[in-house]
Design a protein around this ligand. Structure first.
Ligand code: T3D
Length: 258
């Protein structure tokens, strides 16, 4: 089984499961992960996802044993599996927490960075390993990395393929937080539990607004905020939150509409 899926209260834990290869990515794994995201999206009781890796690594990127001897067309065709996966992660109508338990290299690094909130164990590293084997950052790396760390750092990381320790990644804004290794999964579960009891539809609209901002000018983004705010304000969770505020009690969010 290239991935494992565990149901937790209000969310799902998805684990990349090829620990003997540091969870290196294969088409089979990408397709299984894509199907697991579809299943999470279809389950009204699922309001967040945690993604992590089995063993000592998060994901070592493309499985290099699988591409040996492939033609360039066959290698490019791998992205017909990986790109829909990255798009699906970004568009999933719920928050995705990535718990980076060890090295995240190549496509594995960019898979992590495509998630909404990235926690990393202090011993984890992020490596844009592509240049080491004459490739370019894919799985959205050339888009997301400069937006997270700025063009100067993105360029150097892509060209030098040097590992970035989790603490540095957090200081540079590449990820949300670096946490002690033995706290990683507890922190990820706590965060997912908190998000899963949040206003799920509103959180999905935040994802849409932030992703669209990268392509919009300021005027168009203001218009989009107006339109998405109209959607958010029509959710039962918005009404509940206002009622709760006025009644001086904590809100009880229903999450996704059934
Ligand atoms: O269509 C397309 O565009 C192609 C897609 C490309 C996207 C990409 O992701 S390209 C980048 C591919 N990834 C890499 O180049 C990283 C290769 N791995 C490494 O550089 C190192 O393994 C790490 C820095 C990630 C970790 O180093 P270390 O010393 O902690 O572990 P290790 O000993 O190198 O690896 C442990 C085992 O995992 C080892 O197997 P063994 O010797 O114990 O049997 C190693 O061969 C295996 N492994 C690690 N990475 C991969 C891998 N096997 C297959 N593919 C891998 N990517």
């Amino acid at each position: 089984m290239p991935i494992l899926v565990e149901a937790c209260p209000g969310y799902r834990l998805i684990t990349l499961n090829r620990p003997e290869r540091l969870n290196a990515l294969t088409v089979e794994m990408a397709d299984a992960l894509s199907a697991a995201l579809d299943a999470a999206a279809a389950d009204r009781g699922c309001r967040a996802v945690v993604l992590t890796g089995a063993g000592r690594g998060f994901c070592a990127g493309q499985d290099l044993t699988a591409i040996q001897g492939m033609t360039s067309a066959e290698i490019a065709a791998l992205l017909d599996h990986y790109n829909p996966l990255i798009r699906k992660l970004r568009a999933l109508p719920m928050p995705v927490v990535c718990a980076v338990n060890g090295v995240a290299a190549g496509a594995g690094a960019n898979l992590a960075l495509a998630c909404d909130i990235v926690l990393a164990a202090q011993s984890a590293t992020f490596v844009q390993a592509f240049a080491r084997i004459g490739l370019i950052p894919d799985c959205g790396g050339t888009w997301i990395l400069p937006r997270l760390v700025g063009p100067a750092r993105a360029r150097a990381l892509a060209m030098l393929a040097e590992p970035v320790p989790a603490e540095t990644a957090a200081q540079w804004g590449m990820i949300w937080q670096a946490v002690a290794d033995d706290r990683l999964m507890d922190e990820a579960h706590a965060l997912a539990g908190r998000l899963a009891s949040g206003p799920t539809e509103g959180l999905a609209l935040i994802k849409r607004a932030l992703d669209a901002a990268a392509a919009n000018d300021f005027d168009h983004q203001l218009d989009l905020e107006r339109d998405l705010q109209a959607e958010a304000s029509a959710t039962p969770d918005h009404a509940e939150a206002v009622r709760a505020f006025l009644a001086k009690r904590p809100p009880s969010f229903a999450g996704r509409r059934s």
